[in-house]
Design a protein around this ligand. Structure first.
Ligand code: ZN
Length: 135
């Protein structure tokens, strides 16, 4: 079952540049900057209540975020829902005919398990399911 919107992912060329808006203009606090090698991204998390803003910066040119930035530029990248059972959530997505980018959960930031649903099945919104607690 989905529990909440865990975070909203925003693609940026540079966390060092982009964080100034979130810190200075919006007054949010950066919890941590973390590299996620499985996705070839560097992430920065800002807390806002129960939800977070996740800035995503490519670790190299082969990163999916690098390709995203090339095609679409900086901006909204994905929405992430926290689930108390990511495997059941993926089974359910599969059973409803939803295309999955990750057939199995992969390691994400913060020690969470994550999986992406394909935007062609989600009305154009790249959708992440993440585990709501650390495994
Ligand atoms: Zn995410």
């Amino acid at each position: 079952m989905l529990k909440k919107i865990d975070h909203i992912g925003i693609a940026v060329h540079s966390i060092a540049e982009a964080r100034r808006f979130y810190e200075q203009t919006l007054g949010l606090v950066c919890e941590k900057v973390e590299e996620v090698p499985s996705q070839k991204v560097r992430t920065a998390f800002f807390s806002l209540g129960e939800t977070h803003i996740e800035l995503l910066e490519p670790m190299d040119d082969s990163s999916p975020i690098a390709r995203f930035l090339e095609k679409r530029g900086e901006g909204f990248h994905h929405i992430a829902y926290a689930s108390d059972d990511i495997n059941a959530q993926l089974d359910n997505a599969r059973s409803t005919g939803c295309a999955l980018i990750n057939e199995q959960p992969v390691p994400g930031a913060g020690g969470k398990q994550i999986a992406f649903l394909h935007p062609k099945s989600t009305g154009g919104v790249l959708t992440e399911i993440c585990s709501s607690s650390k495994p």
